[in-house]
Design a protein around this ligand. Sequence first.
Ligand SMILES: Nc1ncnc2c1ncn2[C@@H]1O[C@H](COP(=O)(O)OP(=O)(O)OP(=O)(O)O)[C@@H](O)[C@H]1O
Length: 564
Amino acid sequence: MTSESFLALGGLVKHFGATKALDHADLALRAGSVHALVGENGAGKSTLIKTLSGLYQPDAGTIRLDGTEVTIDGPRAAEALGFRFIHQELNLVPHFDAVGNAWIGRRHPRRGPFIDRRAMRAKVADVAARIAPDLPLDKPAARLTPGQRQMAEIVRALMDPCRLVVMDEPTSSLSEGEAERLHAIVRQLSAEGCAVLFISHRLDEVIDLCDSYTVLRNGRTVGAGRVADTSRAGLVAMMSGGAGASTSTLQDTRSPHPEEAFAESRLEGRTDDVQQDHSNATALRPSRRPSGPPQDVEGGPLFGQSKGRGDKPVLATDIAFGPGDSRFIVSVRAGEIVGLYGLVGSGRSSLLKTIWGATPGRGLIAINGQVPRQGPAGRIAAGVAYVPEDRRREGLANLLSIESNLSLAHLSDFRAVASLPAPSRSKIRNFAGATGARLRLVAGGLDHSPATLSGGNQQKLLFGRWLGRPMRVLLVDEPTRGVDVGAKAEIHGEMRRIADDGAAILMATSDIEELLALSTRVLVLHAGRLVAEFDGPSLTRAAVVAAAFGHAPDEPMPPSERSA
Ligand SMILES: Nc1ncnc2c1ncn2[C@@H]1O[C@H](COP(=O)(O)OP(=O)(O)OP(=O)(O)O)[C@@H](O)[C@H]1O
């Protein structure tokens, strides 16, 4: 512990079976500092903060607060020390709203014998007004978007004064403007004397926001110091152990790229050529159905020419969902990566889920001019792949092994005997080994549950599941959320290869760098509507962010939003 630090972790060790998640890790924090904790996926960051929060007991090592060794034997002990945590996988009670969740474990205000809901709400509204004025306080957490759930967690953490707030990837599902707002809160907390331990894979954010850093690699502290004395490249070198180093625990048995290309499209690709077959959906009446390219509700063309290969869309939609009747007219051509951008709650995830068939919608969807069968199984049969945003609830089957999870979309190709449904173990193992190596998956073993993977490695698993499989359409929601810089480049490379192989990609992301780096075109959603489209020279950061906030391109933005 340096003379200035109020909290010092020394020589922390934590095993999970044969996996050494922490291997003599050290960390020292100054009061009121914003301290970055960085490292590749699986480096031990979450394990370290779970040890600090009392969720895990270290096998060895010490935690000193103000020079005195403390034992943190549970979350209450951590809370009593003034530590607050916002974990990567959020922990709200799903059927409680933000108010109910914020008051969990606290003495509720009372009016006589009754709980004073009005006072509870007023207190939460007060805290929310500082960070998330738009957060719906009365909606059950289960119905909030992941970004809103994160805000609800932050509100809960800030209900009382604190000495330390630990944030594990807090901005990974936030849009640019929301992340800026969060950064302002972090600076405010720091100015008030509360230290912030900030975990992020967004190194630009680390450089901009943090005063000091600790780098973990394979559970060990391999670097620490002042951010002003290092650089993005310096951090990457420490994280990866130098150029070209990889911490993958899996053998690289890289397999060649997908065997077969897609057959020619079987129908002309126009939405108006197809019939709606969703029994639960109201088809648009033929007289209203636009001819030629999809038209907007007023009848004028809403979206310009795509920049993909060919002029027929691989994916074409003219759909509406939810209570509003806003139509989502989207077409994506072979080779295109179309980005969807919007604030949390703007409807981007709902749009992807409706196209994927997991939530009901009205209208038309065509894949290469054919209406896919209902539900995700019908979409998979039509060559659609989907990587969801919320991996824990929608993506992973924790009762199956990592290798089975990776192989789920391939089982019919992996049969031991063509006439029997049972898959071949060795084919599953080979595919999982090759895909894991390709994405630098860090796992104790491929036969373990995905629940034992770090957050970023779970994301790699969800993406890897679809690799090596011919795809017509890839729907992807936050493709690299929580993924480290090395694997992020790998996933971006895979997405470009998938598009080059002729697939149409529709990608929602809150990471504006990712949006601008990958997208051929960007569609912006605001309050449940498609409000703008940008491509070529019109595709700029400022234009996209302004549209996401509901501003017309030449309308000036208010000063509070200009920094985004
Ligand atoms: N409950 C668990 N059971 C078994 N292994 C675990 C468990 N939790 C973590 N691990 C393993 O410990 C190692 C460190 O994981 P941890 O979640 O701390 O990494 P991380 O640095 O937070 O990664 P990420 O950036 O992906 O979130 C990984 O190899 C992970 O698979």
